[in-house]
Design a protein around this ligand. Structure first.
Ligand code: F6P
Length: 363
């Protein structure tokens, strides 16, 4: 029977367990064996008890569970070739020639290097030619688990809607105090390079103002923000003020706009009794919402299909969703596009591009 490995790496996200469950069950349904690699790539490097077969009933009840039950780690060892050699050896010894990884770091490098790793292991006498013969190609398929929804080429990453739901609940809770005391609240949400959580939660809670990395505000934004908030409070009679700040928010000079800076402005300029709430990791944990349960299930199933249908020369795919369709997208394309967007919003020229866009808007 073919053996398919599944691992989770990078930051945990609600829905990752649903994805592992779907991979395990679809593998078994497809007459393969499923192996969980514990603690991400660290488990591949260390082997032994960190690679374990999972059966149908082992993943029962995993759909709703938060975090990742098979663990995740930032493996320093896997970043080195020596670590990847040990990983390749462990996989061959365990008879695993296919991997579903959630999320993507390192996946394609490992696949590209795979034949070289095997020849080195044979040359070093660690494995025999006969042992490596059946494992000429490594099939890797990616799934994206990230609360930030920060991958290009997909409408949603596994976990982002659970996180959005938790943020909205938290803002609703803060509303009560804000309303009662006529206060301002500056709420900082996660999103290092991506403002999706901040933007979506601001729309969904009717926030007064918003900061995201992709759209740094014009110089003088302090005046604009204060004017809008004053108008909302005085003319529209709003008793509470909510400002959402993405973790990676920046101004036109690419300086960080922090929640405490915004709080100080509201306090000092408007005399508004303002508090800061940094939601932190409460946004990442907890049960997966319905959307993430079905997304992870459908994508996990598709990942196993993709592994089984992969040709030796076809590029590794990442499973995406676009316009409600579960699709396979070349992994390298999605990674490259994402890196390009991130680099763009961190480049000096970004401010100039923003100014041009402002001018276009005026016209
Ligand atoms: O999962 C991505 C993310 O949520 C980012 O938005 C945030 O900066 C980061 O994780 C925090 O990660 P860590 O758990 O390593 O502090």
């Amino acid at each position: 029977k073919r053996r398919i490995g599944v691992l989770t790496s990078g930051g945990d996200a609600p829905g990752m367990n649903g994805a592992v469950r779907a991979v395990v069950r679809m593998a078994i349904h497809s007459e393969c064996e499923a192996y969980a690699v514990f603690e991400g790539y660290e488990g591949l490097v260390n082997g032994g008890n960190m690679i374990r077969q999972l059966h149908w009933e082992d993943v029962r009840g995993w759909l709703s569970r938060g975090g990742t039950l098979i663990g995740s780690a930032r493996s320093m060892a896997f970043r080195e070739r020596a670590g990847r050699l040990r990983a390749a050896k462990n996989m061959v010894l365990r008879g695993i020639d296919a991997l579903v990884v959630c999320s993507l770091t390192g996946a394609d490098v490992f696949r590209a290097e795979w034949p070289g790793l095997l020849s080195d292991l044979v040359a070093a006498g660690e494995l025999s030619k006969e042992q490596v013969e059946p494992y000429k190609v490594l099939n890797i398929v990616g799934l994206v688990g990230s609360i930030d929804n920060d991958m290009s080429g997909t409408d949603a990453t596994i976990g982002c809607y659970s996180s959005l739901t938790r943020i909205c609940d938290a803002v609703d809770d803060v509303f009560d105090t804000a309303f009662s005391h006529q206060r301002g609240f500056v709420i900082e949400v996660m999103g290092r390079h991506c403002g999706w959580l901040a933007l979506m939660s601001a729309i969904s809670t009717g926030a007064d103002w918003l900061f995201i990395p992709e759209m740094p505000p014009k110089d003088g934004w302090e005046d604009d923000m204060c004017a809008t908030i004053t108008k909302n409070r005085k003319e529209q009679g709003k008793r509470r003020t909510i400002v959402i700040v993405a973790e990676g928010a920046q101004d036109r000079q690419l300086n960080k706009i922090s929640s405490s800076t915004v709080k100080d402005i509201l306090t000092q300029r408007l005399g508004l009794d303002t508090r800061t709430t940094v939601l932190g990791h409460t946004q990442r944990g907890g049960a997966a919402c319905a959307y993430d349960r079905w997304l992870s299930t459908l994508q996990g199933v598709e990942a196993v299909r993709a592994v089984l249908e992969m040709k030796p020369d076809s590029p590794s795919p990442v499973i995406t969703i676009r316009e409600n369709k579960i699709l396979r997208t070349p992994l390298m394309d999605a990674v490259k596009l994402t890196q390009d967007v991130t680099a763009k919003i961190k480049a000096k020229e970004f401010a100039a591009a923003m100014a041009e866009r402002d001018a276009e808007f005026k016209e």
